[in-house]
Each structure stands twice: as structure tokens, then as C-alpha cells.
Design a protein around this ligand. Structure first.
Ligand SMILES: CNc1nc2c(CC[C@H]3O[C@H](OC)[C@H](OC)[C@@H](OC)[C@@H]3OC)c3nc(N)[nH]c(=O)c3cc2[nH]1
Length: 378
């Protein structure tokens, strides 16, 4: 199972930080069967058992520790039994670092059209062939045990935004019952099952959800139902209500977040783990991430710009290629262009979380956050 240890020195900083009134940024170490990993951490998203356009070797080179895959997608194609026969997800995709799989909750509610939710689970139509499918806590956990990720997620409903209070209340209570069923169905030792806190955008439901799941005692907690279109201040308010209720010695994973400004705020509230499709998705339409904001390297302005995307970046793209070259590739629809912007964006976020960890360890996270936000335009 995965143990999370906030380092002694950091805990001192953490206590100090809380004393001077700002909540708990912390640096920790996450122990899993595939290694011990540093937090705060960004986890590249590899929905269909590949982080789009980059190889496991390149992921290792850029410092990726844990990558994500999606139970919903792999359950539909190629099937999780097939992956189990191939030796599990690590073997199948040749990745020996950590893997986390989402339970399919979010995807059923966001990808699967014509879905119907009951106490038992969720019926939906496959976005691949339109066939009728069904996911329940038991099925989602079995699928994730087949895939063999180091960290798996309980089956939940990601409440849409906005949602009526009554709907959010009933859905959150059901997600807690589904978490208990997920726990009972989870029999694979050495694999950590995280619960997912819901509650919509209602403070009281967030607190009830967190307290109920903590009393079921999970090795780690996802914070779900955020980054679903709500204004950022509302997301931060939900974090403020939820994170302090989660055990200090357990990892917190904010699902589906996000842009660097959201990461630095969420770390301030005590979040340890992040995932987001943003860096890989915007890369594929020619947008690079920098500490001053986005750089659309495809723009004509960069046609004769022979500097790298970011002169201070240590990634393969910035060390060897110019904006002009990358723009040329993107305009020519050359696959290598997408690979270079993807490599840069992943490196940027992985390096950003490493810099936050260093700032926390050196007790200068607050000033790091101030400097970053002053320079970064959303
Ligand atoms: C964007 N805002 C966002 N993403 C939420 C994801 C999905 C994360 C998922 O988001 C993509 O799936 C669509 C990624 O694939 C493209 C998945 O990576 C494998 C990733 O799985 C962790 C949530 N997942 C669950 N189970 N429950 C949630 O409440 C939840 C909330 C999210 N908000």
C-alpha cells in the first residue's frame, strides 16, 4: 500500500506556516510498489495507456514519477482482462514508474452519452461503438485490479456544475456508499485505493463527504467534482473547506487540475498530487506553457524567431530547437512538432512542481508563490 510521509523538516515548516496564518503547503514522499516519489507532483495523463506523443523513455528523462491511465477507456478498448494477460499496465506500456488509474466515474458522466445512474451503478453508451455498458463500484475495482496500477480510485459520481443542493446531497451520499463498496471489492494487496471527496460547491456537503470518507480510512484521498467549470475562487473555497479535514499523513490528489496558477494555490491549501490533460492537449494545437503565460508558437510572429521557446528551460525541445523550427513543423503538420511542444509542456509542469517542492523545503514557498503569480498571466 502507499504510505505518505511528510518529511520532518517540512512538517516543522508546515507547522510554522500554519502558525503564520497561511494554510499548509507541504513536501512529502509517496511510497509505492514502483518507487518512492516526491510531492508536490504533477502526473502526466496517459488516458489510453500512452501519454500522447511521448515515449516512456522521454517521460523518465523529463522526471515523470507517476502517470495516469483511464479505466473507462481501457475497459472499453482493449479490455482490462487483455491488459492483465499482457502482464498488467506497467508491462503493457513499458513503464516502470508509478501508475494511477481513474475509476471511470468522471468519464461515464462526461463521455458516455445517454447514461442512467442508479444505486447499483451507471449504465452508459460506449463512445466507441455505441454499445450499452454498465459500471459499478465492483466492476470498476475489478477492472483496476486487472490493470494493476499502484494507486486506484473508488467509483464515484463527479457531480456536474452547477447542481441543485438536493441533487448534490443525494449524489454525495451515494458516492460514499460506492466508496465503501469499492473498499470491500478491493482485494489486491500492494495497491492503494483512494476515495474521492465530492459535495458539489456546497461547503457543508464537502465537509460531510470528507468526514465520512476519512472514517472509512483510505490510504489517500482524491478531491473530485472540481475543475468542472466553476469559477476558480469557488474551487479554492471548496479546498479550504475540505483539505483541513483530511489526515495530514495521507496524500491529497486534486483531480483534473490544472494550470500553474491553480497548482500553486492548491499546494498552498495542502494538495500533493495533480493531473491535467491541459499541457498535452494545448501542445497539440501549438501552444507552449511558460512562466509568463502561454506562447502560441504557431503564430506568424515566431516565423523568424530563432530563440528556443524558453531560454531557461532544460527540456529537449528548448535545448535543441528554435521557435521558428517548431512553428514550421506545426504549420507543415509534422508529427515531430507536436512531440516537441508536448515534451516542453510536460517538462514545464514537472519542473514547476519540483520548484514548489524545493521552495517548501527551504521555507520560502510564500515568496515563491508571490513571485510566480506576479509574472504569470492566466
Ligand atoms: C478536468 N477536470 C476534472 N477532471 C476530473 C476527473 C477525471 C480526471 C481524469 O480526466 C481525464 O479523463 C476525463 C483524464 O483522461 C483524459 C484522466 O486521466 C487518465 C483523468 O483521470 C484521473 C475526475 N475523476 C473522478 N473519478 N471523479 C471526479 O470527481 C473528477 C473530477 C474532475 N475534474
Amino acid at each position: 500500500t502507499c504510505a505518505f510521509a511528510g518529511q520532518k523538516k517540512v512538517l516543522a515548516a508546515y507547522e510554522e506556516a500554519v502558525k503564520c496564518g497561511y494554510s499548509g503547503a507541504r513536501a512529502g514522499r509517496l511510497h509505492t510498489p514502483h518507487g518512492v516519489f516526491d510531492t508536490p507532483m504533477f502526473m502526466p495523463v496517459g488516458t489510453q495507456a500512452t501519454v500522447k506523443a511521448v515515449s516512456p523513455r522521454e517521460l523518465k528523462e523529463m522526471g515523470a514519477q507517476i502517470i495516469l491511465s483511464n479505466t473507462y477507456h481501457l475497459y472499453l478498448r482493449p479490455g482490462t482482462e487483455l491488459v492483465a494477460e499482457a502482464g498488467g499496465l506497467h508491462r503493457f506500456m513499458d513503464w516502470d514508474g508509478g501508475i494511477l488509474t481513474d475509476s471511470g466515474g468522471f468519464q461515464v458522466f462526461s463521455l458516455g452519452p445517454l447514461r442512467k445512474i442508479t444505486e447499483e451503478g451507471a449504465a452508459f453508451r460506449s463512445h466507441i461503438d455505441g454499445s450499452t455498458q454498465f459500471l459499478s463500484p465492483e466492476i470498476a475495482i475489478k477492472a483496476q485490479m486487472n490493470l494493476g496500477a499502484d494507486i486506484i480510485m473508488a467509483f464515484d459520481e463527479c457531480i456536474p456544475y452547477p447542481a441543485e443542493y438536493q441533487y448534490a446531497k443525494l449524489s454525495t451520499e451515494r458516492t460514499t456508499r460506492w466508496a465503501e463498496r469499492s473498499q470491500k471489492a478491493h482485494t489486491r494487496s500492494g495497491q492503494a485505493l483512494f476515495a474521492i471527496v465530492q459535495g458539489g460547491m456546497y461547503q457543508d456537503l464537502r465537509r460531510v463527504s470528507a468526514n465520512d470518507l476519512v472514517s472509512l480510512d483510505f490510504p489517500g484521498y482524491g478531491i473530485g467534482g472540481l475543475s468542472v467549470g466553476e469559477p476558480k475562487p469557488v474551487m479554492y473555497e471548496m479546498l479550504e473547506q475540505t483539505v483541513p479535514l483530511l489526515p495530514e499523513n495521507k496524500p491529497r490528489y486534486l483531480m483534473g487540475v490544472g494550470t500553474p496558477d491553480c497548482l500553486v494555490e492548491a499546494v498552498r491549501y495542502g494538495i500533493d498530487m495533480f493531473d491535467c490533460v491541459f499541457p498535452t492537449r494545448v501542445a497539440r494545437n501549438g501552444t507552449a506553457m511558460t512562466k509568463s503565460g502561454r506562447l502560441v508558437v504557431k503564430n506568424a510572429a515566431y516565423a523568424k524567431d530563432f530563440l528556443p521557446i524558453d531560454e531557461n528551460c532544460g527540456c529537449y525541445a528548448c535545448q535543441n530547437f528554435s521557435r521558428a523550427y517548431i512553428r514550421h513543423l506545426l504549420k507543415a503538420d509534422e508529427i515531430f512538432g507536436l512531440r516537441l511542444t508536448t515534451i516542453h509542456n510536460l517538462y514545464f509542469l514537472l519542473d514547476f512542481t519540483k520548484k514548489m517542492r524545493q521552495a517548501i523545503l527551504e521555507d520560502r514557498f510564500l515568496s515563491f508563490r508571490e513571485e510566480f503569480l506576479a509574472q504569470y498571466c492566466k
